[in-house]
Design a protein around this ligand. Structure first.
Ligand code: FES
Length: 98
């Protein structure tokens, strides 16, 4: 069962979903979709409320940037990476693989 519809995922507008007890930030970049843990590794902020530019998402609280593809923390104050999840796209159906 799909978690999201590709048509509703707007580029640069991350969406927060809950799945299997996890809170995940799903972001569309072009025709690709990426999923990372929604909670910033620096403190308790929701990354889905942050700004996206290219393959980066910026935490709104203190400005740390993460790579949507790898979860790597690119700029301080965050240092720990975020977990990433696989995405399966089938037509319009987007499923986060946990
Ligand atoms: S909570 Fe995200 S950078 Fe501080």
């Amino acid at each position: 069962m799909a978690d999201l519809s590709l048509a509703t995922l707007v580029e640069g507008k991350p969406v927060k979903i809950e799945k299997d007890g996890k809170t995940i930030c799903v972001t569309r970049v072009g025709e690709e979709v990426f999923a990372i843990d929604d909670t910033c590794s620096h403190s308790d902020a929701s990354l889905s409320e942050g700004d996206v530019s290219g393959f980066k998402i910026e935490c709104w609280l203190h400005g740390a940037e993460f790579d949507l593809r790898t979860g790597e923390a690119l700029t301080p104050p965050a240092v720990a990476p975020l977990k990433t999840y696989g995405i399966h796209v089938d037509g319009d159906s987007v499923t986060v693989e946990i």
